[in-house]
Design a protein around this ligand. Structure first.
Ligand SMILES: [Zn+2]
Length: 126
């Protein structure tokens, strides 16, 4: 039995471990290609991919922000305007699931991992 059997991810990891040539370059959240950063904290391979990511998030955010704010303020429809709060919470959850599925299908980085990278790069929105 070969050590390289198994899912592709495992095989690639094993091959890199065995040969000592693990690729430590970061991968682009948008296209997942490895690249050499030109400055510290660079998250994307190109400005085009950074803009594609950010523009998509801007469009999504315009719709999600009011829904998430109402959902939070009404504790998902258990305080204040319960009808509106529950509707906003449900729609926000549906949209976020849809965005996650779209990102997954397109091979993009997950949002938790993307935010973790931004935090490590010094991101502080407060
Ligand atoms: Zn890229």
């Amino acid at each position: 039995m070969s050590l390289l059997q198994g899912p592709p991810e495992t095989a690639r990891h094993d091959a890199a471990s065995i040969s000592g040539t693990a690729d430590t370059r970061p991968d682009c959240p948008e296209c997942r290609a490895r690249f050499v950063p030109r400055h510290p904290g660079q998250l994307f391979c190109t400005a085009a991919h950074r803009d594609a990511w950010n523009n998509r998030q801007t469009v999504r955010g315009r719709v999600l922000t009011p829904l998430v704010m109402v959902a939070r303020e009404t504790r998902n429809g258990t305080r204040g305007d319960r009808v509106t709060g529950a509707r906003a919470a449900s729609q926000a959850a549906t949209l976020m699931q849809r965005h996650r599925d779209e990102d997954r299908a397109a091979g993009r980085l997950s949002h938790p991992e993307y935010l973790a990278r931004r935090y490590r790069a010094g991101f502080d929105p407060l």
